[in-house]
Design a protein around this ligand. Structure first.
Ligand code: FE2
Ligand code: FE2
Length: 184
């Protein structure tokens, strides 16, 4: 039997076990947060022009979440302890930006998806060849997150009032949420 060659790992780097567990934990948390953001947006924007598009993206997030729920169960990953925080914070972020208007809601989506795109890209790079199936799932979801970002940009995200500040704040918050959900 030939051994599968692993990508170079430096001494002191964590072994693949905890890494994969952390990846699945943070991804489940992220997809949960994303679904809650869209829930918050829809609570405010129901009946508005962009609602149909938001609902379509929300449906995709639920599929992403279901896939990570399954992985968490299969691989016995400890889920993040912060789910109750993301439950509230995700919804609040979605609702608050939606209250600023449809373009602000789209600016929120564009910012979050940009961070998730970068996060998934790094994960795909870090995965060994023996985790090709997981890498493929993440790559597929990443493509859909990029699509969400593009939809948001096409719906005037960058024309939202205070866009640079709003976008920077949401990206910083999203990166902090990723950092926390990887660990806690
Ligand atoms: Fe997603
Ligand atoms: Fe998304």
């Amino acid at each position: 039997m030939t051994k599968k060659r692993k990508t170079a790992r430096l001494p002191g780097d964590p072994s693949s076990g905890p890494n994969i567990e952390r990846m699945i934990r943070v991804d489940q948390a992220g997809e949960y947060g994303a679904a809650r953001i869209y829930d918050g947006q829809l609570a405010v924007l129901e009946g508005k022009k962009s609602a149909k598009e938001i609902r379509r993206m929300a449906d995709q997030e639920r599929k992403h979440l279901a896939a990570f729920d399954k992985l968490v169960a299969e691989r016995r990953v400890r889920p993040t302890a912060l789910a109750p925080v993301w439950h509230v914070a995700g919804f609040a972020l979605g609702a608050a930006t939606a209250m600023l208007g449809e373009r602000a809601a789209m600016a929120c989506t564009a910012a979050v998806e940009e961070v998730i795109d970068e996060h998934y890209r790094k994960q795909i790079e870090d995965l060994d060849s023996n985790e090709a199936d997981l890498a493929e799932i993440i790559a597929q979801f990443r493509a859909e997150e990029i699509e969400h970002r593009d939809i948001a940009l096409a719906h005037g995200a960058e024309d939202a009032p205070g866009y640079p500040l709003l976008s920077a704040a949401i990206k910083a918050g999203s990166r902090l949420a990723i950092w926390l959900s990887t660990r806690i």
